[in-house]
Write a protein that binds this ligand. Structure first.
Ligand SMILES: *[C@@H]1O[C@H](CO)[C@@H](O)[C@H](O)[C@H]1NC(C)=O
Ligand SMILES: *[C@@H]1O[C@H](CO)[C@@H](O)[C@H](O)[C@H]1NC(C)=O
Length: 189
């Protein structure tokens, strides 16, 4: 499972998207998922911030929408990390999963995982960056995303049931925090 498990947090990191509802349609995965909640916070609204919320699409199915603004260009030395936790007792207690994205420079993450795995599907529901070679600078701007879903394609074929908590945060001049709770269950067919 090792290497593939590095992918999911980055998909969540950009709160990204696909047309596949709940990961249940047309995917090889043995599991399906539902987003249960999202929230975000900033330490300084004059530098960066945003809003995130779920939109109900049908029987227990939700998509993510919101916006993320930067009033300053994203600093070259801004770092970020992602931690993933899983609860198998309905969310009472969480254990850190061995896979996560260690703290690194955000631009590096943009030019690797984001570009390779997320960028094409991000095009569909957001104005998150689209670029060809490398992104050197993300200027002060507002990103919006509308009815985004996570594609299960970059995820492991097998994931145990549970509530997964994805926590992303940046460190440095801009300190943003984003959390998503996602419930994974096995497909019943
Ligand atoms: C927010 O950032 C601005 C610009 O760097 C700074 O002037 C201000 O003191 C900060 N506010 C807080 C509450 O840290
Ligand atoms: C974008 O959305 C359309 C319509 O929902 C869908 O047909 C298409 O596959 C999507 N493309 C990507 C890259 O997700």
């Amino acid at each position: 499972m090792g290497s593939k498990l590095r992918m999911p947090p980055l998909l969540i990191l950009v709160m990204c998207c696909d047309s596949i509802m709940g990961g249940s349609i047309r995917s090889k995965q043995t599991w399906t998922y539902r987003i249960r909640s999202t929230r975000m916070a900033t330490n300084n609204e004059s530098l960066a911030g945003g809003e995130t919320h779920l939109e109900r699409e049908g029987r227990g199915e939700y998509t993510m929408s919101g916006y993320l603004y930067f009033n300053v260009d994203i600093p070259q030395d801004l770092e970020g990390e992602v931690n993933i936790y899983r609860s198998n007792d309905g969310g009472a207690t969480y254990k850190l999963e061995p896979y996560s994205v260690p703290r690194t420079v955000v631009y590096h993450t943009m030019n690797t995982f984001y570009k390779d795995i997320v960028m094409s599907s991000a095009a569909n529901c957001s104005n998150f960056p689209q670029f060809k070679d490398k992104i050197e600078l993300i200027r002060a701007q507002t990103f919006t995303y509308n009815k985004c879903l996570l594609s299960p394609d970059g995820f492991p074929t097998y994931l145990p049931d549970g509530i997964y908590k994805f926590e992303m945060q940046s460190f440095g001049m801009i300190e943003l925090f984003f959390e998503a709770l996602v419930e994974v269950t096995q497909k019943t067919f």
